[in-house]
Design a protein around this ligand. Structure first.
Ligand code: SF4
Ligand code: SF4
Ligand code: SF4
Length: 173
């Protein structure tokens, strides 16, 4: 699995660093914007925020950029606004498709079995502690083997099935 951070995560980490190291509370707009921004980015990383909230993020940043008293608050808002503008497609995919293009937001990852590659060896089902994988192992004398599928409602995104599948039949999107 890719270890790269997605643009939403990078924006979140940069803004969180600002709140932990520089946010002082001297001016109200910067202070009140911070928890809203953090909450929105956290939910976006879980696939639980909307495009309207992304637009609202930009609007909040614009207001903070205008009234922030210090360069730290201005810079944090400017950088976040720029990230949303420059990487809008990545933000949109998290919000609308519940996908993380770089696979770094664990909560929005979706696992699936590629039937073209799956040899029905059963290793993934055996290792899945969540019971999220259904399917029948291949038996040459049977013609009714059910193909392997992953039930995302049960999946904990632990990645164990990926590790054991030697046919690279499990995909993360
Ligand atoms: S803009 Fe600067 S001075 Fe104002 S609350 Fe933020 S960090 Fe503090
Ligand atoms: S481990 Fe891979 S090849 Fe084996 S059943 Fe699971 S998805 Fe198919
Ligand atoms: S990621 Fe973990 S919980 Fe999800 S299907 Fe694979 S083994 Fe099961």
């Amino acid at each position: 699995m890719s270890q790269m951070l997605c643009e939403v995560t990078k924006a979140f980490e940069a803004y969180r660093e600002f709140t932990e190291e520089k946010l002082c509370g001297r001016c109200l707009p910067c202070m009140t914007a911070a928890p809203i921004i953090i909450d929105t980015l956290e939910r976006l990383r879980r696939g639980d925020a909307t495009m309207a909230e992304i637009d609202q993020l930009e609007s909040i940043c614009t207001q903070v950029m205008i009234v922030a008293l210090c360069k730290h608050g201005q810079k944090a808002a400017t950088n976040l606004s720029r990230a949303v503008k420059d990487h809008r497609e990545a933000f949109r995919r998290h919000a609308e498709e519940k996908l993380c293009p770089e696979q770094s937001c664990r909560e929005v990852l979706r696992y699936r079995v590629n039937p073209e590659r799956c040899t029905q060896c059963d290793k993934c089902r055996a290792v899945c502690a969540a019971g999220a994988i259904l399917g029948d192992p291949y038996l040459p004398y049977r013609t009714d083997n059910e193909p392997y599928v992953i039930i995302m409602e049960k999946c904990t995104r632990c990645g164990e099935c990926l590790a054991v599948c030697s046919d690279e039949a499990i995909e993360v999107v």
